[in-house]
Design a protein around this ligand. Structure first.
Ligand SMILES: Nc1ncnc2c1ncn2[C@@H]1O[C@H](COP(=O)(O)OP(=O)(O)OP(=O)(O)O)[C@@H](O)[C@H]1O
Length: 848
């Protein structure tokens, strides 16, 4: 083709103008370049004026050089010269090549930080090539993640930009369907308002100006490709788009219109594709532009790389960034709000909020995805903002392992998190403890409800206003691997679901928030079928590869990078996804340092959290001393960790049966009962008679005797069983392995039965160990029927059916497990409940 000199000059001039506009923000560094560019134009003008061949060639060279500066590297490189590793342009946006004019001179178009582009004849493959070319150069020359692309392509159902689909993985490309134009514009409107208000509010005219002044760009650019639907756009839609374009450029929103009748306005460049496929641009005037589609594999490679690097090229956020300058300065009256990471698109904090909406949170992530780390980040960030007066944590972990243990005082680190009121670890086998927490929270719900009614208000925020001196913190209960609580079909599951449902529905008004976390799909699915509960958990946090935490059609969690999370406060609806990069909250100097600082600030009167560790065997000596006549048989699995006790008085039936074949534990339970009685009685105020009826037990029972004698008690070992007769002081008969003796001797059996039946009213009490219920029955039941003369029992490895002859022992659903027992005392009126037998053997062995 022939080059018209006038065109060249016009084109060069125009490009200089554009280059200047595009680089205004970084003017000082580039002044020199502009001066040289202007000199080149002058030279071009001079050369063209001469209109001779060599001069024209020189002008073209000068122009090319200028293009190289205004559109460096991948912004204008020919596809054949594409750099192996395109570098993000340090200086920010530049001009981008969309084709070639005048032989091999790059035809450039500005976009980012400048304006918009209108393509007419936009339905053609040529238009596709222009858009692809522009986009791939933009993606290659900007920092991964710093440009987001939205595509409204109603004709091809999202097939447009096929080569760019890798960008959808990290959320850098969003395709809007035929019916979603309004949604797209609405989302742009919201962004514009937010940026104008929150980002530019400080006085900058545009994001470009802000970036120039601060060297920081807090928001990504957005490139929006709009193609008209077959029906054409309605006037109101065009007007809406015009207004978005008008306000958007300053907010980094740049629209590429393909056959959309938007207004011509300054800052809108044009590309015209004529019917005869001749392409011209507003930048190059009359010059015909040859369009060169990018090679598909190049597009794919650029996008793959950007997707991979989005989010990890930037330094990860640091845990310290979650900590505010002023600790404990926030009020939780309306809710608790805390940043947990950085938005990978916008580089701004992502917060979680628990209050009236959302009320509760569901957290999911497969093993190793960083779920525990997320929970630490959230707990730390909240604990730093709200004082223990404002916020309390109840933390349970059903996993094997000790994830919340660090929040409690340990052997080396004595500090504890002041907000933590309860920490439960290793409770995978003690679902009752989870249930105990739910019962506690339900009671707290009632208590708060009653207080609210009394003050004639309906919710916590109002209650706090009318009762400013009351202690009404928000409660956040975090249950890791909560599914363990509700996956079996039994009474615990039934009651837990009932309570969860209640808490989920009513927690909002009383400031009680649940954060349920699970590592497996089953965990989440166990709630999925229970819509009523799930509906209340509108805050969803999905760690990488988490399934079914978000909505069914929201697969963002499958796409996010390591150490990121999808935070979604609208029950997983796609448009509410925010992708947060999470700081490392686990290594030394992060959470532990914060905990130390908060611990040092703790109010003087504050008690450390109650710890329940399912792997820990409680020691009798650590339990409080009981009143005379009361014995401890184990520790209850409740929030207080109180002892399960039996009181021996003159009422009929005040005996104790220990049942089961696990000899060590049976010994421990019986010995604990004896030792705790001995601790409560002053020496001489009770008599202890020990019987080792299986000779293997003699050494151990002997140690127990020694212990009693050492403490000054009146105690004997072995001999005949006494006859029933009134006693001045209580006499406790500890019979180890009763059935071993009664199987040998009927006389023995009759004695035992007499003692059990008539002893208590004469202050003689049997504390006996039988191996099975049948043997117990054979010894203490006169004819047929159930056991009536022993009020309290502790069952070790007995199955459900074997318990039914015992008082209160019907239909319990008890599954025996090691170092756990089922305890019942008829007198309390409570159903049987699991206890943890005390460790006694070592205590007696050491002669303590
Ligand atoms: N944002 C992060 N930055 C750096 N390291 C992290 C981050 N998140 C998690 N990690 C590290 O990854 C590993 C797994 O994290 P974490 O224990 O939180 O995973 P999890 O999902 O709770 O796993 P599991 O359920 O198996 O315990 C840990 O070593 C943790 O320190």
């Amino acid at each position: 083709m022939t080059l018209k000199p006038g065109d060249l000059v016009a084109a060069v001039r125009k490009d200089i103008r554009q280059a200047r506009r595009a680089i205004r923000a970084r003017r000082s560094e580039l002044d020199e370049m502009i001066a040289r560019a202007e000199a080149a134009v002058e030279q071009g003008r001079h050369d063209v004026a001469a209109t001779s061949g060599p001069e024209t060639a020189a002008a073209v060279d000068g122009w090319r050089e200028l293009a190289g500066e205004a559109a460096p590297g991948a912004a204008s490189a020919a596809w054949s010269d594409w750099p192996a590793e395109p570098e993000p342009a340090d200086a920010g946006p530049c001009l981008y090549r969309v084709g070639t004019a005048a032989g091999d001179v790059p035809a450039l178009i500005p976009l980012l930080d400048t304006g918009h582009l209108k393509i007419s004849g936009g339905q053609t493959p040529l238009a596709d090539a222009i858009v692809d070319s522009l986009l791939v150069r933009i993606v290659a020359t900007t920092r991964p993640g710093s440009v987001r692309i939205s595509l409204y392509d109603p004709r091809r159902l999202g097939a447009g930009l096929g080569g760019f689909h890798a960008l959808s993985r990290p959320g850098l490309l969003t395709v809007y369907g035929v019916e979603e134009f309004k949604e797209l514009l609405g989302s742009l409107d919201r962004d514009i308002r937010r940026i104008q208000r929150d980002v530019l509010g400080g006085g900058h005219s545009s994001l470009a100006a802000l970036a120039a002044a601060t060297s920081r760009r807090p928001e990504p650019w957005q490139v929006v490709i709009v193609q008209s639907p077959v029906r054409g756009f309605r006037d109101d839609e065009v007007a809406h788009l015009n207004s978005v374009m008008h306000a958007g450029a300053a907010c980094g929103i740049h629209v590429v219109c393909r056959d959309v009748p938007v207004d011509d306005a300054p800052g809108i460049e044009t590309v015209d594709i004529a019917a005869d496929r001749r392409v011209t641009t507003s930048m190059t005037g009359e010059l015909e532009v040859t369009v060169e589609p990018p090679p598909p594999e190049l597009v794919r490679a650029v996008c793959e790389r950007a997707a991979r690097w989005a989010g990890i090229e930037r330094d990860p956020p640091r845990f310290a960034e979650l900590v505010p300058h002023r600790m404990w300065s926030e009020s939780s009256a309306a809710g608790v709000r805390a940043p947990i990471g950085e938005d990978v698109d916008r580089y701004e904090p992502v917060e979680v909020f628990l209050g009236d909406d959302p009320v509760h949170a569901l957290v999911g992530g497969p093993p190793g995805s960083g779920k525990t780390n997320f929970l630490y980040a959230m707990i730390g960030s909240m604990a730093a903002r709200y004082s223990p007066e404002e916020l309390e944590f109840y933390l349970l972990d059903f996993k094997e392992g000790v994830s919340f243990a660090r929040l409690a005082s340990g052997r080396t680190d004595k500090t504890w998190l002041p907000h933590a009121r309860l920490i439960g670890v290793n409770i995978n086998n003690d679902r009752e403890f989870g249930l105990a927490l739910l019962r506690f929270l339900a009671r707290e719900l009632e208590r708060r409800g009653a207080a609210a009614r009394e003050h004639e208000v309906t919710k916590l925020e109002e209650l706090r206003a009318v009762d400013p001196d009351g202690h009404w913190p928000r409660i956040v209960a975090v249950v890791d691997e909560f599914q363990v609580l509700i996956q079996q079909q039994d009474k615990i599951t039934d009651e837990s679901l009932y309570l969860l449902n209640d808490l989920a529905r009513r927690g909002r008004s009383q400031g009680i928030h649940l954060v349920l976390a699970s590592q497996n799909v089953g965990g989440v699915q166990s709630l999925w079928g229970r819509g009523a509960i799930l509906d209340q958990f509108t805050l969803r946090i999905a760690l990488p590869k988490a399934r079914r935490i978000l909505a069914d059609d929201n697969t963002a969690a499958l796409q996010v990078a390591r150490f990121c999370a999808v935070v979604n406060a609208e029950s997983g609806a796609r448009q509410a996804n925010r992708i947060a990069r999470l700081p490392d909250a686990g290594t030394a100097g992060t959470f532990d340092a914060l905990q130390r600082e908060l611990w040092q600030r703790r109010p003087e009167h504050l008690e450390p959290p109650r710890i329940f560790d399912g792997a820990h065997v409680p020691e009798l000596m650590t339990a409080p001393t009981l009143p005379p006549g009361e014995s401890a048989v184990g520790q209850r699995i409740d929030l207080a960790g109180s002892a399960a006790t039996v009181r021996f008085d003159r009422a009929p039936g005040r005996n104790l049966a220990v049942l089961g074949t696990r000899a060590d534990e049976a010994y421990d339970v019986l010995a604990a009962a004896v030792l705790s009685l001995a601790r409560g009685h002053a020496p001489g105020s009770a008599v202890f008679r020990l019987y080792a009826l299986d000779e293997q037990l003699e050494p151990r029972v002997g140690l127990l005797l020694r212990r009693l004698l050492d403490d000054g008690h009146e105690a004997t070992l072995g001999g005949e069983l006494p006859e029933v007769a009134d006693r001045d002081v209580p006499e406790y008969l500890a019979l180890f392995a009763v059935d071993a003796a009664t199987a040998r001797s009927d006389e023995m059996r009759r004695s035992v039965r007499r003692l059990v039946e008539y002893g208590p009213e004469h202050r003689m009490h049997v504390l006996g160990w039988w191996r099975t219920t049948d043997r117990l029955k054979a010894d203490v039941v006169e004819r047929v029927g159930s056991v009536r003369n022993i009020d309290s029992w502790v069952a070790l490895d007995l199955r459900d059916g074997e318990l039914s002859p015992l008082p209160g022992g019907q239909m319990l659903g008890w599954t025996p497990r090691r170092r756990r027992a089922l305890f019942h005392d008829q007198r309390t009126g409570e159903p049987p409940q699991p206890i943890i037998p005390f460790e006694v053997m070592s205590e007696t062995a050491e002669g303590r």
